[in-house]
Design a protein around this ligand. Structure first.
Ligand code: DC
Length: 225
């Protein structure tokens, strides 16, 4: 690994639909930093695996898909070999598959250097589950975002409706709780707040306010010698 300590990273971790994505993009835009949606990487691998009919327990096949994946990321848009898969990676089927393959050590290892490659000047805002704990342990600021499961299900519902997709609140709540349990209980890089991360509960807090809080935390972190 090439160490790049001079390029600052803000690591934003938390459970699904905790608002990480919107907050991370807002912080990146305010600072003019690059943005990494690491969940989109896992989702893209999951989509490729589902479409190829790959057994989701075939760790070596899945890690080879992860290593060889030709995906391009630009803001919210994800393109694989010229095909826009931005919406295709957000379906519940792919969400579930992503959560499963994310528990496989070889898949995580295959994606590690690719994630670190997003660290470019003037800085990076990276969001996911293990940004602060595994991928960027030397991040200048680590934030752990949470929100109550009901609020997260309501946010996901709104997001899916906005895209013309169908869902019910009850099913979304159940899926969110199952995914939380799987992401938190796995043995490899489980979802957890690391000791040096700042906990922000976003239940009922408007996204602009969370962005302002993260920017203030980053400013403070820079002043600490
Ligand atoms: O953030 P998201 O919901 O788009 O992530 C999709 C899945 O990928 C989620 O179930 C957890 C997994 N993931 C992970 O294990 N580690 C990351 N850094 C990002 C996502």
């Amino acid at each position: 690994m090439v160490s790049q300590p001079l390029i600052p990273v803000i690591a934003i971790d938390g459970p699904s639909a905790s608002g990480k994505g919107t907050v991370a993009q807002g912080v990146a835009a305010a600072l003019g930093f690059h943005y990494l949606d690491s969940g989109a990487l896992y989702r893209t691998v999951a989509l490729a695996a589902v479409e190829a009919g790959t057994n989701l327990e075939n760790e070596s096949r899945l890690s080879s898909i992860a290593l060889n994946l030709k995906a391009e990321f630009s803001g919210d848009t994800v393109v694989i070999k010229g095909r826009d898969v931005t919406d295709a990676i957000r379906t519940e089927r792919v969400s579930e598959a992503a959560s499963r393959i994310a528990g496989l050590a070889k898949v995580r290892a295959a994606l590690l250097e690719r994630q670190r490659g997003f660290r470019r000047p003037p800085g990076l805002v990276a969001e996911g589950r293990d940004m602060g704990s595994v991928v960027f342990p030397d991040a200048a600021l680590k934030v752990f975002l949470t929100a109550g499961p009901e609020e997260r299900a309501a946010r996901r519902y709104k997001q899916l409706m906005g895209k013309g997709m169908r869902a019910t609140m009850a099913a979304l709540l159940q899926e969110i709780q199952e995914r939380d349990a799987r992401d938190s209980d796995r043995s490899v890089a489980p979802l957890q707040k690391c000791a040096d991360a700042v906990l922000l509960d976003t239940t009922g807090v408007p996204v602009e306010e969370v962005v302002t809080q993260v920017l203030a935390l980053y400013q403070r972190a820079q002043q600490v010698p």
